[in-house]
Design a protein around this ligand. Structure first.
Ligand SMILES: NC(=O)c1ccc[n+]([C@@H]2O[C@H](COP(=O)([O-])OP(=O)(O)OC[C@H]3O[C@@H](n4cnc5c(N)ncnc54)[C@H](OP(=O)(O)O)[C@@H]3O)[C@@H](O)[C@H]2O)c1
Length: 293
């Protein structure tokens, strides 16, 4: 059972670019904020803005009802938390906003719950200067009781945080999956930049052209995602054969032009595998079958 907190108090462990931003947002919403950071100098601007500075992580945990953690990685987070095992954790909620893996989140949930506290794991999908807005994307997973207890704090970070469900690792899964989508697009963008450099066309103009198609591309991703979700592979919009041919053309051009072909080699190889599996005449969504084996 989480404590019902009338007092608006929170602690922030980790005052890097993101943690310091979170602490400032809480202060702006009238929270009593206690901060701790490994390097003490980063606490100074927060103290000037009204935060209490804890001498140890334990003191910070004892001072807040919701404990927000945002450091480099789980190894750092776990080392800090190991110093709080004798703190008064009962009925509090740890909001872990450090990026990590689903397994790390689940292990930390078990540790936190053993101390009588609730645990939430979060994926921040925005830069520090984009925090605190109505449209800031913030995904949270963990027990519903912990979510309800920490919601006012989470709403200072993002106008409409989204609860994904009770399994603590879900937020990290979303983080990894969206990063996968973004890095795939980014690598494609960089390869495209090399094509345009070779063609003598300004890369900034190409970036503008690519950006211009992102909203219609977004609609297409949603459509294909729906088909994958429903296991529908009969061609309706884009037969896989188009992508088999297009990726082979990108690969061939890279080789002809003498530009690095690592990205198209991978891409064309994956689509060739789909064709070898007899999927060329199915909808693009059938690509998931290559990855399911
Ligand atoms: N910045 C972003 O755009 C962004 C966006 C989404 C998610 N995130 C996630 O937010 C987390 C923090 O990111 P950030 O941008 O704030 O990073 P950052 O500015 O590099 O700050 C890193 C923080 O981690 C602390 N730290 C690192 N190693 C430590 C250790 N061994 N023991 C104790 N403290 C340690 C640092 O303490 P010191 O000050 O003492 O070095 C600092 O407080 C990361 O997991 C990141 O993936 C960041």
């Amino acid at each position: 059972m989480m404590k019902q907190h009338n007092e608006k108090s929170a602690a922030v462990l980790g005052l890097g670019m993101m943690g310091a931003t979170l602490a400032k947002l809480l202060l702006a919403q009238g929270y009593g904020v206690t901060v701790w950071n490994r390097s003490a100098d980063k606490s100074v601007p927060l103290a000037e803005a009204g935060a209490k500075v804890a001498a140890t992580p334990e003191e910070a945990v004892n001072s807040g009802n919701v404990i927000v953690m945002c450091v480099h990685d789980y190894a750092a987070a776990n080392a800090i938390l190991a110093r709080t095992e004798t703190a008064d954790w009962k009925g509090k909620v740890l909001v872990q906003l450090t990026s990590g893996s689903p397994a790390e989140a689940e292990r930390l949930e078990a540790w936190t719950e053993a101390l009588g506290a609730g645990y939430l794991d979060g994926a921040i999908q925005a830069a520090p200067q984009q925090m605190g807005r109505e449209d800031t994307p913030l995904y949270i997973s963990g027990k519903k009781t912990a979510w309800e207890a920490a919601l006012p704090v989470l709403k200072t970070f993002a106008g409409a945080p989204e609860w994904l469900g009770e399994r603590a690792g879900l937020a990290s899964s979303v983080d990894l999956a969206t990063l996968s989508g973004i890095y795939g697009t980014l690598m494609g963008f960089f390869h495209g930049a090399r094509i345009m450099e070779h063609a003598g066309f300004p890369v900034d103009k190409y970036a503008g052209l690519l950006t211009g198609i992102l909203s219609t591309f977004g609609e297409f991703i949603k459509y294909e995602g729906q088909l994958v979700h429903e296991n529908r592979f009969v061609k309706t919009e884009s037969p896989l054969s188009i992508s088999v041919d297009a990726s082979a053309r990108i690969q061939e051009q890279a080789r002809d032009a003498g530009i690095n072909s690592a990205f198209p080699d991978y891409l064309a190889g994956m689509f060739r595998r789909a064709a070898d599996m007899g999927l060329a005449d199915e909808e693009l969504s059938a690509m998931i079958k290559v990855l399911r084996v």
